[in-house]
Design a protein around this ligand. Structure first.
Ligand code: ZN
Length: 883
């Protein structure tokens, strides 16, 4: 996303940005106010005369009255910062329209008409990256959610489905490649110009429209579908990037195959295009037949992309491809239903990645993301149900709650139904609603009918926000194990009282002596409390619960430390084993931070953790990918989540202290592990990926316990590295330390990769997320670096998102971190409101932070709220965060 086209006048696009600014108090849109649109738009024809600073858009819509809606003579065509240069109805120019804010209202006498509208737009000055914009000299669109209205006046809502025929023309030298949704049906040339006409046979909402024009080259391949249809596949990139597209292409083919096998879904056009753009607000976009991707999720080779990047490319390619059915063939009725497509598609991409690699490791990673991104949402001022009830700016609801918790909610249905019956449910859903704009209720009903589940009470997961707390108490009576479970759903903004929800919990009871259990069971806790009895236990068993993370809840139980040690060493459910290890560390750290540990307890606790870790380091049956998960310490955010109010400085200090202690106690085992892993040559196989993961983890522990030795080893790993994973891992560790190797290697890295924007992003991010004591000053200096720009979202995120997620920098005791993020939000808001608003939530956590820092965080939010012209995006996030 490099807006390489840096305008000479840095404020060159303020005019357009101003148009996007809203007066204070933008209206609240409510789910209960949904009404079907009064008109249908069976056909849309658009003609684009393309130019970087001026693109002319002529659209013709056939409109007919919607018999299923209330009759209205008026049709509302949404606009955003555009003016019509001509409006015609049935071929006749008319001035009989009115403007309502940015929208154009036309009164139509009959039941069927043709509306023709012309607009002119300036893509080069569009820094919001919504609508039509320029990126590196190419033109592309982003229409979800409400970007289409920045191109032309249109009923820009997802329940208006239309068939599009699009003609694009422009200078051939500047835009040799012209792409749109569907199939290319005609092309031609006229002087210096050329044109192409595209037709998409599938009716779609405007948010799925896309066009791309530019100087691009393709990696081309093909895929034969289950019914023998041959599909042409292209991954379009800029000339120099072609060598780094093979992994994306392979991932695409694997996705297509997997969706046929796992969900019975076949691709439905003869062509599938992916285009990589360097300026993009999000990860990627599922436009019908023409997916537009952030370069970050397309380009990968071993020299420039880490193992994590490779996995992310595969996951996002899958995600966008899977949207073709869950999102495009069946779309959302309104934006409150966003989780209908996003929650389901995230689940689909998670299952795909599980099948392509290590399923347990993928599951653990997904839980880690949920806990670090979604749990804080659920416990803070921005908490909302996966199907929200109201919004001011829908862009603010592309959240971990809608996406990741949405996926967990559907995963629970799958767990309760079992894989096969769940598949019957999804088959029914695809069958029943194909071609429609559907609701979350439609989805749940289809699963209910198809899988044969009663989901009456389960629907509460769609309407209640907040992460449920499950309390667990296991006792022993005679030969019975007695399990008492309770649940509470915490209060969230606007939802003081909650009802109990069905919570599917997978559990197993281990016999202490044999270390075995007699089978996993599923209990569904659907009341505030319940008791379960299990016969045949002469001794009290050890309980393993929420195995596989079967429900997105927090589990509260007082479990003896020796039972956690037992589970960490022998639980046969990999997630539960990971969880036991996390619980051991979290329990210890929370007590340490709270100051409730006696010296003896502190010593006993860290000894137990070290012993459990030693077992993990030396367990020959573990693969290194899984070992890496088990070695990973709980994140600072996750530890903070366990406390009502926390002191980030203390958490950081205790966490580093435990890391140092483990590093020194287990130094021998860790170095032995390193030496073994180091011998495994580079490949993208699981074994080699695992080896790289544990190597860098060993370096990170060493950095805490023996910085001098760690620096030496990291410098050595950096120099020997024949891949980005090893090199970045080593540099990450060095960046947190002081000394000459830090300076040398950071310089080397920059010089080596200065031409590669995605790797330069890593260079910024490593420094912004480092454990170095001077991180605040480093970030300030980097903001002045010639390669830094507020116009490229990837670059902004690489510096400032990394910083905002670095507790040690963001929560600097003097409040400087908060001030920097406050300044950033104010500076970025006029340029890119969507991206600016994403920096508000970290400041919004003030209620959960100790009073001194909380006051400084609030102060920044208040300063932003008082700014004279705020975007709707930032306004909404700031006011909700102040509460
Ligand atoms: Zn999606």
């Amino acid at each position: 996303m490099d807006i390489a086209r840096t305008p000479s006048n840095p404020d060159g696009n303020i005019e357009m940005a101003d148009a996007a600014m809203q007066p204070h108090d933008p209206p609240e849109i409510r789910r209960e106010d949904y009404r079907p649109f009064a008109w249908l738009v069976p056909e849309t024809r658009i003609d684009f005369e393309l130019g970087l600073d001026c693109t002319r858009v002529r659209s013709r819509l056939t409109v007919v009255r919607n018999a299923k809606a209330d009759k209205s003579p008026t049709i509302r065509l949404n606009g955003d910062g555009i003016t019509a240069t001509s409006v015609k109805v049935d071929g006749e120019p008319t001035s009989a329209f009115t403007m309502d804010g940015d929208d154009l209202l036309l009164t139509l006498p009959g039941d069927a008409h043709e509306i023709a509208i012309e607009t002119e737009i300036d893509p080069a000055s569009n820094s919001q990256l919504m609508g039509l914009y320029a990126s590196n000299g190419m033109l592309c669109t982003q229409c979800e959610s409400e970007g289409f209205r920045r191109l032309t006046f249109f009923p820009d809502r997802p329940d208006v489905l239309s068939t599009y025929t699009v003609r694009m023309s422009g200078p051939k030298a500047q835009f040799p490649i012209l792409l749109c949704n569907g199939n290319r049906v005609a092309t031609g040339e006229k002087g210096e110009d050329h044109w192409a006409e595209w037709h998409d046979p599938w009716p779609k909402p405007s948010y799925l429209f896309a066009l791309v024009a530019g100087d691009l080259v393709a990696n081309t391949d093909s895929f034969t579908t289950m019914n023998g249809r041959e599909v042409e596949l292209n991954v379009w990139v800029r000339e120099g990037d072609l060598e780094r597209t093979q992994h994306a292409m392979d991932s695409l083919k694997r996705s297509m195959k997997w969706d046929e096998e796992a969900f019975g879904r076949e691709y439905d056009l003869d062509l599938f295009n992916i285009v990589a753009v360097s300026d993009f607000n999000m990860g990627a976009m599922e436009n019908k037949g023409l997916n537009v991707f952030n370069t970050k999720y397309v380009l990968a080779d071993p020299d420039t992309a880490t193992d994590g990047d490779f996995d992310a490319v595969e996951g996002v390619i899958g995600h966008e491809y899977f949207h073709n059915w869950s999102g495009n063939r069946i779309t959302c009725r309104d934006w409150f239903q966003l989780s209908l497509k996003e929650g389901f598609t995230v689940l689909r991409d998670q299952l795909f990645s599980q099948d392509m690699g290590s399923a347990p490791v993928k599951r653990i990673e997904d839980v880690r993301i949920l806990r670090s991104a979604q749990f804080p949402e659920d416990s803070g001022p921005l908490a909302h149900p996966i199907r929200p009830d109201s919004y001011r700016e829908i862009s603010n609801f592309y959240t971990a709650t809608v996406y990741n918790k949405g996926a967990e909610v559907i995963r629970m249905m799958r767990t309760m139904a079992g894989e096969e019956r769940f598949r019957e449910g999804t088959d029914l859903y695809f069958d029943r609603h194909d071609g429609e704009a559907a609701t979350c209720e439609d989805f749940v009903k289809s699963i209910e009918d198809g899988a044969g589940l009663d989901l009456t009470q389960f629907r509460l997961w769609y309407s209640q926000a907040g992460t449920p707390k499950v309390t667990v108490d296991l006792s022993h009576e005679g030969d019975e194990a007695v399990l008492k479970l309770g649940q509470t759903v915490p209060e969230t903004p606007g939802q003081p009282l909650k009802q109990p929800m069905p919570i599917p919990l997978k559990l197993a009871l281990f016999d202490r002596a044999t270390g075995r259990h007699s089978g996993e069971q599923l209990v569904v806790l659907d009341k505030a409390s319940a008791e379960y009895r299990f016969k045949g236990f002469a001794e009290k068993p050890v309980l393993s619960i929420n195995r596989g993370f079967s429900a997105p809840v927090t589990v509260e139980r007082s479990i003896p430390r020796d039972e956690l040690v037992f589970l960490a060493a022998r639980d046969d459910d990999p997630f539960a084993r990971y969880e036991a290890m996390q619980d051991l560390m979290v329990g210890h750290l929370v007590a340490a931070v709270g100051g409730t540990l006696s010296d003896d307890e502190r010593k006993g606790g860290s000894e137990d953790i070290a012993e459990a870790m030693r077992a993990i380091l030396t367990d020959a049956k573990l693969d290194d990918l899984m070992r890496g998960e088990l070695m990973t310490m709980p994140s600072q955010t996750y530890i903070a989540e366990q406390m009502d109010v926390s002191d980030p400085g203390r958490i950081h200090a205790e966490r580093e202290a435990l890391k140092a202690e483990l590093g020194s106690r287990l130094s021998a085992e860790m170095h032995a592990l390193y030496d073994r892993a180091e011998k495994i040559p580079f490949s993208l196989e699981a074994e080699a990926k695992g080896a790289r993961k544990v190597k860098t983890l060993v370096l990170a522990y060493a950095a805490a316990s023996d910085p001098a030795k760690a620096a030496e080893l990291a410098a050595y790993q950096y120099e020997r590295a024949d891949n980005m994973t090893d090199r970045q891992g080593a540099l990450m560790v060095l960046t947190g330390l002081d000394g000459v190797e830090r300076t040398n290697k950071l310089l080397d890295f920059y010089n080596r990769y200065r031409g590669n924007a995605l790797v330069v992003d890593k260079w910024f991010a490593l420094q912004a997320s480092s454990l170095h004591p001077d991180v605040v000053d480093h970030v300030k200096a980097l903001a002045e670096h010639p390669d830094f720009t507020l116009r490229n979202p990837n670059r902004v995120r690489s510096l400032y998102m990394a910083f905002a997620a670095n507790p040690h920098g963001f929560h600097a005791a003097d409040g400087e971190g908060y001030r920097m993020i406050g300044d950033l939000i104010l500076a970025l808001d006029p340029i890119n409101a969507q991206t600016a608003a994403r920096f508000v939530p970290p400041l919004g956590r003030w209620r959960r932070i100790e009073p001194g820092r909380a006051a400084m965080m609030r102060e920044q939010l208040e300063r932003i709220a008082e700014a004279p012209k705020l975007s709707r995006d930032t306004f909404e996030q700031v006011t909700r965060s102040l509460g």
